[in-house]
Design a protein around this ligand. Structure first.
Ligand SMILES: CC(C)(COP(=O)(O)OP(=O)(O)OC[C@H]1O[C@@H](n2cnc3c(N)ncnc32)[C@H](O)[C@@H]1OP(=O)(O)O)[C@@H](O)C(=O)NCCC(=O)NCCS
Length: 175
């Protein structure tokens, strides 16, 4: 059974090897999530350690299937005074063995609930144009703000891909 949970610092530290594996699985599968091939394990681990060090300003959710992490997503809370109503959805990842079963949808529902409980009413994100997450976010009610060409080098270093910037205004009264 898959359960979604918000990780504390200690829980995230214990889960570090699984989080590293999850991100490596995504990059090896061709996802444009900030890292290039060949995999630099130390770089990926350093990324997660930075996430752990900033858990005071972000929510880290994981999807666990009988205790094994098969998905994650983060909500980075804007801390500047004029943006305390908004947050950025980051690194939505579902393991390649667990896709198309609605896990990303569940993670996004939970991240929106977390945003509401933190009084965040505007969510922003960006995603590689033409990749799998684009139709997912559209289905979940995100609006395209615009497309930035030549935004990120593809994981195989042979393309330079556009990104789609999206947002969603949350209903303040539904949570
Ligand atoms: C994008 C990703 C998170 C989707 O996870 P998932 O658990 O498979 O998504 P869901 O099962 O909740 O999909 C819900 C809907 O989104 C759309 N969708 C999801 N994956 C899709 C794909 N590969 N192609 C087209 N539409 C897709 C479909 O409409 C799907 O509904 P359906 O399965 O009934 O057709 C997953 O493919 C992934 O981790 N990719 C690599 C990392 C990545 O690119 N993350 C996004 C960073 S912005």
């Amino acid at each position: 059974m898959v359960e979604i949970a918000r990780l504390t610092y200690n829980e995230a530290q214990n889960a570090l090897p699984e989080l590293v594996d999850l991100l490596i699985d995504a990059v090896e599968g061709g996802a444009s999530v900030g890292f290039l091939l060949p995999i630099d394990h130390a770089e990926i681990e350093a990324y997660w350690r930075k996430v752990l060090d900033t858990l005071d300003e972000r929510v880290l959710l994981v999807a666990a299937d009988n205790g094994k992490i098969v998905g994650s997503v983060q909500l980075a809370m804007e801390s500047r005074a004029n943006g305390i109503h908004r947050a950025e959805v980051q690194k939505l990842l579902v393991h390649s063995s667990a896709r198309r079963q609605g896990l990303a949808t569940k993670l996004m529902e939970r991240v929106e609930a977390a945003a509401r409980s933190e009084n965040r009413t505007l969510l922003v994100l960006d995603t590689a144009k033409g990749h799998s997450a684009e139709p997912l976010y559209l289905k979940l009610g995100y609006t395209v703000a615009g497309i930035i060409p030549n935004y990120a080098i593809g994981p195989n270093r042979d393309t330079i891909d556009a990104t789609v910037v999206m947002y969603k205004l949350l209903n303040q009264t539904s949570e």
